[in-house]
Ligand binder design. Sequence first.
Ligand code: PA5
Length: 462
Amino acid sequence: MQKKKASAYTDIRIDISRAKSTVVGPEHGVTPGDLREIEPEVLKAHKVLSAERRQKKYGFYDLYKDKATLKQVKDAAAHFSEMEYKNLVVLGIGGSALGITALHTALGDPYRNLSGRKARKGRPRLFVMDNIDPVTFKAMMRLCKPEKTLYNVISKSGGTAETISQLMIIVDMLEKQLGADAIKDHLVVTTSPRGENAPKSLLHPVADAYDLVSFDIPLNVGGRFSVFSPVGMFPAALLGMDVDAMAAGCAAMDKQCSRSSLLENPAYLRAAVQYLMDTRKGKVMSVMMPYADGLRDVADWYRQLWAESLGKRYDLDKNEVYAGQTPIKALGATDQHSQVQLYREGPNNKIFNILEVKRFASTLRIPDVLPQIKGLDYLRNATMNKLMAAELQGTLDALKVSRRPAMRIILPAVNAYTVAQVLYLLEVETAMAGRLYHVNTFDQPGVEEGKIIARRLMGGDR
Ligand code: PA5
């Protein structure tokens, strides 16, 4: 009988058991008492977050429900697909870049950009330009011929110097090489909406000047929470990702993450454990370690989300608190040979978040070769999949022996539905953690100040 395949719509799960005192001891693990004490705080925070969600203070929760925007994104992707571009170049930084990068790495073929058009099913390659290194940018310009390229400039504020400088270079090149009239076929804008009460984006006059297709980033959605807005969804749709499956993943996760009960809400439970780890167990760092190459950029995306949202000098009552855990990205099994020595024997100041994949898209058998070497029997006829699972289990068990707390997020498989669930889970977790720390999760004053200083150094006004 054929083994029944798990549906692509099977939910992710979390497991916090290895962060408990029964496993790593009360000094390093959460005790039943810790959880009992935090429960009323979580309930209080849930009430505030739910009320603020209803008041539409934060839009990220409900982006997946916005069918009109999803349709707009899909229609535009269909329109631009007809032009058969070879390249999609995203110009953006921080929250405007990390979401689509995470999706592309997770859902695309590992060497997608190096493979031919047919293997990419006629979809473009993706280049995310999230820096202003002239060497990289020039190399991208040499590689991506403008007539074969669609550029998507993404900036909520529309004033980020890194992104705007990239845009100026691209507009100049397009004007010179293709002519101003052709720009509308090669440039798409994603920025804040227009409106009397909306801040002015420098990208609005650009869109007007060249009659560009443009997408709105809702005002109540911050950059690092914007992956399910057109910021992530337009490039995702153009690259052929299943944006409907992502919306379904968000919807299913929203259902779980709307529960008020600490023990029944995976996002709240993880937030509570991470918060307790930091504030009571000295775990000032939070390591995100996927055991799958495809999820490595999910760790990068999480790093920004956790750092920028929780790393705050002042709390909501203006007390100086210097809050926040330092997020670290790692990759299993690779970083077992780089970081795990420190993780096991260095300071016990980290909580580990392992992203585990139950079923990889491929199976690779290790062949029955090199019979003269007896020590290889354990590998012969095994699979890389089994070895990866053993490495993960080995690390988890070794961490346990060293009394290092760990949590797992388990994906039945890596697909649009499950990856969206992971991202949605971590967004709600961050929102809850921010309430527990009593900080403003959704601002980033520390980033803004650097932007102002850099602008001044360039001779710009304030
Ligand atoms: O999460 C955030 O708000 C930031 O990381 C922004 O995404 C980043 O600074 C880029 O800003 P903008 O989209 O306005 O160009």
